[in-house]
Write a protein that binds this ligand. Structure first.
Ligand code: TYM
Length: 341
């Protein structure tokens, strides 16, 4: 039987942090064992806001290396760079022409990012979710493992596939594009900032102490956890709306220590921050250390990463070209007998 397909990606906009890892990449590592898995570094998304060209290529390679270091196995999945497969941009254009502009104007992330850009909002920023829909729909993905913040974008991808392509252009009720489902894990879907427990941990937060990146050395992790915002209640607990920081840090600890929420709730119920923070620090350092070791090996031999990306590109291209051709035919673009897709 054909295995179900998974597609996901991370933007190479800065070092991958605990939120990206816990909310998305750790789940990919599990899914690749049972699903046909495609993961890309979404470099075209990274240029929707002003970027430094010198850093983009470096961050793209480093993000790909981190995928592998986190446990994505090129023998079990395809790892590739979004811009290496031109079908992403091409499908994006086709979808642009059938997506109502007001669907995009109401996207929460667009509104948030547009405010930060002031006068300098690009068409690409508005179009970001359509490109993301193209990423997903090109691979006939059944499941898209992401954090909570991507839920609205996933709903848009589903609406584009179902309402704008399948129901308009299918002549025999067969799906032209598969309608994907989001996979959002309950406890890991939203890792919050270390400096403000009601804000999401984010690569774009100007305060570096708000996040721990997978490449932070132990002394930096220790310093950031020491500075993490706390409160003055006695004991530690989950689910108290007055204590978002306690909930977040306990949750990170429950996930990374492998103990789970119930055990951690009991273990920490009468603990103070002074005792808890070193435990959390140790759990974080122990979980990211093996990733850092593997990352350093990979980055020292970039040929290996390039080989992985070449192979991933070939595998991705095969699937993407078939879908693109299907959509082009369905919407009435004249085929070219010589085209090799
Ligand atoms: P990016 O790079 O912003 O985030 C990558 C992944 O990390 C998740 N994430 C989080 N999860 C939990 N807690 C957090 N604080 C946190 N911050 C980020 C995101 O939900 C995401 O899963 N638009 C996507 C990139 C993308 C994509 C795609 C994803 C482009 N095309 C196709 C899936 C499928 C994004 O948010 O990237």
């Amino acid at each position: 039987m054909n295995r179900k397909r998974v597609l996901s990606g991370v933007q190479p906009t800065g070092a991958i942090h605990l939120g990206n890892w816990i909310g998305a990449i750790r789940n990919w590592v599990e899914l690749q064992k049972s699903h046909e898995t495609y993961v890309c570094v979404v470099d075209l998304h990274a240029i929707t806001i002003p970027h430094d060209p010198k850093l983009l290529a470096k961050n793209t390679l480093s993000t790909a290396a981190l995928y592998v270091a986190c446990g994505m196995n090129p023998k079990e999945c395809s790892i590739f760079i979004q811009s290496h497969i031109s079908a992403h941009s091409e499908l994006c254009w086709l979808l642009n022409c059938i997506t109502p502009i007001n669907w995009l104007e109401r996207m929460i992330q667009f509104k948030e990012k547009a405010i930060k850009q002031g006068e300098n909002v690009s068409v690409g920023l508005l179009d970001y979710p359509v490109l993301m829909a193209a990423d997903i729909l090109l691979y006939d993905a059944d499941l898209v493992p992401v954090g909570e913040d991507q839920k609205q974008h996933l709903e848009l991808a589903r609406d584009i596939a179902q309402q704008r392509i399948n129901s308009r252009f299918s002549l025999d009720n067969r799906e032209i594009l598969k309608v994907p489902k989001p996979l959002i894990m309950k406890d890991s879907a939203k890792v919050m900032s270390l400096t403000e427990g009601t804000s999401k941990m984010s690569k774009s937060d100007p305060n570096e102490n708000s996040r721990i990146t997978l490449l932070d050395p132990p002394d930096v992790v220790t310093k950031k956890i020491k500075r993490a915002k706390t409160d003055s209640y006695l004991g530690l607990e989950f689910n108290n709306p007055e204590r978002p920081e306690a909930d977040n840090l306990l949750n990170i600890y429950a996930i990374l220590s492998g103990s789970g929420r119930e055990v951690v709730a009991k273990e920490c119920s009468s603990m103070g921050w002074g005792k808890f923070k070193p435990l959390l620090t140790d759990a974080i350092i122990a979980s990211i250390e093996p990733i850092q070791t593997r990352y350093k090996e990979l980055i020292a031999d970039q040929g290996e990463v390039q080989r992985i990306l070449d192979q991933g590109k070939e595998q991705a291209q095969e699937v993407a070209d078939v879908t693109l051709k299907r959509v082009k035919t369905a919407i009435g673009l004249l085929g070219n007998a010589k085209a090799n897709y």
